[in-house]
Design a protein around this ligand. Structure first.
Ligand code: NAD
Ligand code: UDP
Length: 323
């Protein structure tokens, strides 16, 4: 395939029909690139990319990244992998395969094309952290045989592969450690905390807090995260990461539940459910490296991001929801 005009690149986004991936595809198209979205729709729905179909610079290929892929591209964002604990624990063997075989296949493609490749890694590589906030230099505290291991260890192994391809084959790699991200197009039933609470509040159902709600997370709005991913991809070659991408504003899950009830004006109550095994107690990125190397920091405050997320789910529910 001939190169495209000017600065236009042929960009492959695996997991491009997912929550973050669909926003990334949209932004890359707006920047004038030609986008190939590769996604088997395991944890997402076509509705996320409906509005992009028909754009001559957008293409969706239904493909499982655990199988090799031969396409011509200039840049790869590797996002394919279910991210919600409920989704990734439904078929844990497939989750590990997606992270590990998916990374091998996409790195092989990047090696053949001699192109840059970015990995969507995760704060889960830190496991249940004993260091707070988490810096990139922290090696983590992961249970290798627990129910979250398929995701955590799969992502850790993918990072290993990225750095081995970098050292062994001179590949230009970028590893982003993404912290909890939320926003429109999260799957209505994917089980993550923000989507769960918002949907429960809008339906007038009880909000389910796992444990006593004192565990913390730091939530980044999806638009901020997409800007960070693109900044990382476009950074100088020696900026390989791993680099934390997230919003350092930390809050307790119990406080998130109260805020969602207040912002939706819901009459829902809060109920406690058992805390899942190995659920991290606290999580907050040390985001100083992203600021220093990418000149990026999260800018959307939680109430603003939640407002847009609530509006999205309200509209989705009014339209009959999606399975
Ligand atoms: P998501 O589940 O909405 O998107 C993942 C996409 O990957 C889905 O569209 C799914 O169908 C696709 N997929 C899964 N397995 C596949 C396979 N074998 N072949 C092809 N496609 C496959 O999740 P998300 O929140 O958009 O996460 C995107 C990426 O970012 C993931 O790699 C995730 O691990 C990472 N991440 C997300 C968060 C977050 O808070 N959202 C945090 C850390 C890391
Ligand atoms: N959680 C909760 N109620 C829910 C869903 C999640 O209390 O309905 C908690 C979960 O136990 C965890 C936090 O919210 O402590 C974030 O969960 P999520 O699944 O969104 O992501 P994680 O950071 O655990 O991967």
């Amino acid at each position: 395939m001939p190169r495209l005009h000017g600065s236009q690149k042929r960009v492959l986004v695996t997991g491009g029909a997912g929550f973050i991936g669909s926003h990334l595809c949209e932004r890359l198209l707006a920047e004038g690139h030609d986008v190939l979205c590769v996604d088997n729709l395991y944890s997402s729905s076509k509705q996320n990319i409906d509005h992009l179909i028909g754009n001559p610079y957008f293409e969706h290929l239904r493909h499982d990244v655990t199988f090799p892929l031969y396409v011509e591209v200039d840049e790869i964002y590797n996002l394919a992998c279910p991210a919600s604990p409920v989704m990734y624990q439904t078929d844990p063997v497939q989750t590990t395969k997606t992270s590990v075989l998916g990374a091998i296949n996409m790195l092989g493609l990047a090696k053949r094309m001699r192109c840059r490749i970015l990995q969507a890694s995760t704060s889960e590589v830190y496991g249940d952290p004993t260091v707070h906030p988490q810096k990139e230099s922290y090696w983590g505290n992961v249970n290798p045989i627990g129910p979250r291991a398929c995701y955590d260890e799969g992502k850790r192994c993918a990072e290993t592969l990225f750095f081995d391809y970098h050292r062994q084959h001179g590949l230009e790699v970028k590893v982003a450690r993404i912290f909890n991200t939320y926003g429109p197009r999260m799957h209505i039933s994917d089980g993550r905390v923000v989507s769960n609470f918002v949907v429960q509040a809008l339906r007038g159902e009880d909000l389910t807090i796992y444990g006593d709600g004192s565990q913390t997370r730091s939530f980044c709005y999806v638009d901020d995260l997409v800007s960070a991913l693109i900044a990382l991809m476009n950074s100088p070659a020696d900026v390989t990461g791993p680099i934390n991408l997230g919003n350092p504003a930390e809050l307790r899950i119990g406080d998130l539940a109260k805020q969602v009830i207040e912002m939706t004006g819901s009459s829902s109550k809060i109920v406690q459910k058992p805390l899942p095994q190995d659920d991290p107690v606290q999580r907050r990125p040390d985001a100083s490296k992203a600021k220093e190397l990418l000149d990026w920091q999260a800018s959307v405050p939680l109430d603003e991001g939640l407002k847009k997320t609530i509006a999205y789910f309200r509209e989705t529910l009014e339209a009959g929801g999606r399975g």
